[in-house]
Design a protein around this ligand. Structure first.
Ligand code: ZN
Length: 288
């Protein structure tokens, strides 16, 4: 399906309790065809399709207003995603919001072998089944690939989170479900552990290549480099990590360091165990 929409952003204003979809004045799509596209992509909206269509009004300046009673519903469903990305990647989005078949460790290891990950690294990875709170407030199954030395604390951390924390996460899936594309996984705000990759924009091996790091809600908690800002990082938004977040405290109590504590750049999403690569792989280099 081809969309004419060039750029769309969603503005949720707590004061006006209206959902405003803004699109260019030259936009040809009618209000209802735009909404129809969104509804086709997100089946969870089908229960309120008729009401949404009736309540939507397109204003002269190109804003699409949806009346207040659906504001909360929409905010919960699309807490972090860019509508433009959803519209252009409906299959990815549909996959992300549906329950997914849990992988077996054998499937994960076969996938790693197909990516030429060294056997030494594959052998030391473990697939951990956990539960996490979603943005709907309910518990959902998730899976993390971590180094065997991080397995025990990962299980303990997520057990405590599931029992005691309200902190929401969109999904926790091994990145092989995104064909090992970190970019795609991040755009879907997917939390994950292992990935055979370098640090973004460098030739340094990532902690993730040793299964010694976990990224939480990476779209909402970007890596913010020295002296820059990123408006995706908004401490008032659910799922955003700060020093006061219970999840940050729980990770630290279990021996994990946090990228939000770095002095200069801040990798808000990043939890890691620096001793694991050193103890197991010697230098911080990709093993031959
Ligand atoms: Zn990370």
């Amino acid at each position: 399906m081809k969309y004419f929409i060039i750029s769309i952003s969603v503005i949720f204003s707590g004061c006006t309790t209206k959902s405003v979809f803004r699109f260019p004045a030259s936009e040809q799509a009618t209000c209802s065809s735009l909404l129809q596209s969104l509804l086709e992509i997100d089946p969870r909206l089908q229960k309120i399709t008729k009401q949404l269509l009736e309540s939507a009004k397109k204003e002269k300046d190109g804003k699409l207003i949806i009346e207040s009673e659906y504001h909360e519903t929409l905010q919960k469903l699309w807490p972090q995603h860019e509508l433009e990305f959803i519209l252009n990647n409906p299959e990815v989005y549909r996959e992300a919001i549906s329950d997914f078949p849990l992988l077996t460790e054998a499937q994960v290891k076969a996938s790693l072998r197909s990516k030429d990950v060294p056997e030494e690294v594959i052998d030391s990875m473990r697939l951990v089944n956990i539960l996490h709170r979603g943005f709907d407030g309910k518990l959902h199954p998730g899976q993390l690939i971590v180094h065997k030395d991080a397995e025990k604390s990962t299980i303990e951390i997520f057990k405590i989170l599931a029992e005691e924390s309200e902190f929401p996460m969109t999904s926790i899936r091994p990145v092989n479900l995104y064909d090992w594309s970190d970019e795609l996984s991040v755009k879907m705000n997917n939390s994950s552990g292992f990935n055979w990759r370098l640090v973004g924009g460098s030739d340094e091996v990532s902690d993730h290549a040793f299964g010694s790091a976990i990224d939480i809600n990476p779209y909402l908690n970007p890596w913010v480099k020295d002296g820059t800002e990123n408006d995706r990082y908004n401490v008032n938004r659910a799922g955003t990590l700060t020093a006061d977040s219970d999840i940050v405290k729980i990770f630290k109590e279990h021996g994990w360091a946090w990228g939000g504590d770095w002095e200069h750049s801040k990798d808000w999403q990043h939890f890691y165990r620096p001793e694991i690569p050193l103890n197991n792989f010697g230098k911080r280099e990709v093993p031959e």
